[in-house]
Design a protein around this ligand. Structure first.
Ligand SMILES: *Cc1c(COP(=O)(O)O)cnc(C)c1O
Length: 369
């Protein structure tokens, strides 16, 4: 079976993990945490990075660090994985959704301003499948309306918009290091910011809000979101190779694009002229004029040893966030989108095989009346 996205642990991961075990540093104390935080901040060109348990907890800390409270509103895309909506909800604030832009699948910036109310406190753009959001207009709207910007860069480590790296635009950004992300710590995440006050607050909230003078005294409801030294050891080894991973992802996308070109009813992913897409997932849209329906494509590919996943279902269709408003682009993506195997170690033979399978499926179904 060719998996959808598997971690590749072919660098110093084992060496660094064994070092943790040999030296007995296995908790959230230990040198690899600081090294990962320092190196990741350097990679992004930002001042501060704080490692956490997951991308979701990184988002929660990011939102909580801005002191959002019940009734505040955060504008975010309807087409996203659910974690950023949950993070906003955890603080008591309310996610307010904006439909996707049909080409890049990121938040439609032309529809943000109509959602701003007196309660709006922040915009939370999500860089989708490796394609960064249109950050210039987003930062402009935020500035004009005095809003925070919280980036969700969980799917876009190393992607750029107008030459600037995703995660370095907003007040605060969350990344995920889940096993299938661009780089991984197994489970894990990191908050980054240029703002020292936000960084300090994130560190404080992350570890029970311990009082600096009086130990075991707590002024606020804190969290416990520690990354372990062992996870950070894996992350550091992963970060050493991130350039290679991104190169591989881009090579994969180029190869898929070439081989799927000209097939009726298949839309390959977009890369705006202003961005570098890191293709976390190589997703395609299967439109009505393709001979087989998306469900059939998935099950046929599975029979041929190729695993796939459907795109996200819109937030407006999730029971905790359901709203009556229509999000046609999000629904269209949710109904037509499927991602093909996208691991950074995918070979040229794998890609050729997968594209041949897709062509076979098209032929098989085109013969049916
Ligand atoms: C994966 C992901 C997250 C959550 O990360 P976890 O580490 O799984 O908690 C958040 N946002 C987006 C867009 C993601 O893809």
């Amino acid at each position: 079976m060719i998996p959808v996205n598997e971690p590749v642990l072919d660098g110093n991961e084992k060496k660094y993990v064994l070092d943790c075990l040999d030296t007995n540093w296995i908790s959230s104390q230990g040198k690899y945490i600081k090294q990962l935080e320092d190196e990741f901040a350097k990679f992004l060109g930002v001042n501060h990075a704080v490692a956490t348990t997951s991308g979701t907890s990184a988002l929660h800390l990011a939102v909580a660090s801005l002191n959002l409270k019940k009734g505040d509103e955060v504008i975010m895309p309807s087409f996203t994985m659910i974690a950023p909506a949950l993070a906003v909800a955890y603080t008591g604030a309310k996610p307010v959704f904006v439909d996707a832009e049909p080409k890049s699948w990121t938040i439609d910036v032309s529809k943000i301003e109509e959602k701003i109310t007196k309660k709006t406190k922040a915009i939370l753009p999500v860089h989708i499948y490796g394609h960064p959001c249109y950050m210039d207009p987003i930062m402009k709207i935020a500035k004009e309306n005095d809003l925070f910007v919280i980036e969700d860069a969980a799917e876009a480590h190393g992607a750029t918009y107008k030459g600037k790296i995703a995660g370095s635009f907003g007040n605060v950004t969350a990344f995920s290091f889940y096993a299938n992300k661009i780089i991984t710590t197994g489970e894990g995440g990191i908050v980054v910011t240029d703002d020292e006050k936000i960084a300090n607050r994130v560190r404080w909230l992350k570890d029970f809000c311990f009082d600096k003078e009086r130990r075991y005294f707590h002024q606020e409801i804190g969290f416990k979101y520690p990354m372990t030294n062992i996870q950070a050891a894996i992350g550091l080894a992963q970060l050493e190779k991130i350039g290679k991973v991104i190169e591989n992802k881009r090579r994969m996308a180029k190869s898929y694009n070439e081989k799927l070109q000209g097939i009726n009813g298949i839309i390959t992913p977009y890369e705006d002229k202003d961005v570098m897409n890191v293709y976390w997932m190589y997703g395609i849209l299967i439109e009505n004029n393709f001979h087989a329906l998306r469900d059939a494509v998935k099950s046929e590919l599975f029979k041929m040893g190729v695993d796939t996943r459907f795109f996200f279902t819109g937030m407006h269709r999730q029971p905790p966030f359901a709203v009556k408003e229509k999000f046609p682009v999000t629904d269209y993506l949710g109904n037509c989108g499927i991602y093909l195997p996208s691991s950074s170690n995918l070979t040229e033979e794998n890609i050729s095989y997968i594209c041949e399978c897709i062509k076979k499926i098209e032929k098989k179904f085109s013969r049916k009346p």
